[in-house]
Ligand binder design. Structure first.
Ligand code: BT5
Length: 331
């Protein structure tokens, strides 16, 4: 284990002295001191006390802060600003890396699907998880669904009643599809989205970058029409949170929970689809799905492996593998 990670683990259990830690992991005292200094440079506060080193009770939003107490097998790389965390993940993939969560406070060139813009000001949660799963590319959509479930759960834990709109949107949904401030029939106010990119051969993924964007501590007036944020939802009391609660979420804890949930679900792929169905706001709704070649209108009845939406149309059931989905008013 590297000294930095060992130090973070040791700090979690209370004061740790430099010499004790050096003994425990078999490195020099100078190496421990260097690791402490590098945590401080990253923005992770470590106090020197008579009993040894002590971590701040409220770690900053930085790589060490997110890794501190993280129960998921990922290394975190943090940037104040980056063009796109997915692009950075791609670069790391080129260097042979895996199991890295690239996190940024701000993205200057955030991307949605089909090269759409993803507005990513400071205050959001912009993260890309670089993985090398031993699966064929046809299984990749399952990782998008996994991300949607993990994001929904993290948002719900933050007190915001989120649901999933096929395939990759996390929404705060309107009671009446097609009504409300999100007019245009999107079915709710968009809180988060997923962009999964990959490289591979026909039978094997080489790497996969699961990009997750959650509008966390952002005012909704800087977001596109029809979008919302955790801050906006928590402030207006349209959530389970008490109105006296600070509308801002602790992004450090939020990202850690997101990564932990992703790892938990990844360990049990069979559970992903049932978990997705349970959180979906699309199932049972009348939808219009635009694919690159076609338009499918009907009732969304199910999602089947590896992530296709099954629509009951006038001409029978159709499985749609990719597209943009709009929730329609009931006929
Ligand atoms: C998505 O695309 O929803 C995928 C979003 C993925 C963003 C993450 S952030 C970390 C990683 N790095 C990246 O560069 N991307 C990923 P799509 O379904 O195509 O939706 C895009 C549409 O959502 C846009 O055309 C806008 O209408 C709308 N939009 C843009 N920014 C938004 C925002 N911050 N919140 C809600 N809606 C937004």
């Amino acid at each position: 284990m590297d000294t930095r990670r060992a130090l973070l683990d040791a700090l979690e259990c209370g004061p740790v002295s430099g010499p004790a830690l050096a003994d425990e992991i078999g490195v020099s005292r100078a190496a421990v001191w260097k690791a402490v200094e590098s945590l401080r440079e990253e923005g992770f506060a470590v106090d020197s006390t008579a009993d040894g080193y002590v971590a701040s009770a409220d770690p900053a939003y930085c790589a060490a802060g997110i890794e501190f107490g993280l129960d998921a097998p990922y290394t975190v790389e943090y940037h104040d600003a980056v063009s796109s965390t997915n692009d950075r993940a791609r670069e790391l993939a080129g260097q042979g890396r895996t199991d890295v969560a690239v996190v940024a406070d701000e993205q200057t060139g955030g991307r949605g699907r089909l090269d759409r813009e993803w507005v990513s000001p400071s205050g959001g949660v912009w993260v890309s998880l670089l993985l090398r799963p031993a699966v064929p590319p046809t299984r990749a959509p399952l990782f998008t669904l996994t991300a949607a479930v993990a994001m929904t759960d993290a948002c719900r834990e933050a007190g915001v009643d989120a649901g999933i709109k096929w395939p990759n949107d996390v929404l705060v949904h309107d009671e009446e599809p097609g009504s409300g401030p999100s007019a245009g029939g999107r079915g709710g106010r968009k809180l988060a989205g997923v962009l999964t990119e990959m490289e591979g051969e026909a039978d094997r993924v080489s790497w996969l970058a699961v990009g997750m964007g959650v509008n966390a501590n952002i005012d909704s007036d800087v977001l596109p029409a029809g979008a919302t944020s955790l801050r906006a939802e928590r402030a207006t009391g349209k959530s389970d949170a008490e109105s006296s609660v600070d509308p801002d979420v602790d992004r450090r804890r939020f990202v850690a929970r997101l990564l932990e949930r992703f790892a938990e679900l990844g360990a049990d792929p069979e559970a992903v689809l049932p978990a997705w169905r349970e959180r979906a706001v699309t199932l049972g709704r009348r939808v219009r799905v635009e694919t690159t070649t076609d338009e499918v209108i009907g009732t969304a009845v199910d999602v089947e492996p590896p992530g296709a939406l099954v629509v009951e149309t006038d001409d029978g059931q159709v499985a749609v593998h990719a597209g943009d989905c709009e929730h329609l008013r009931e006929a």
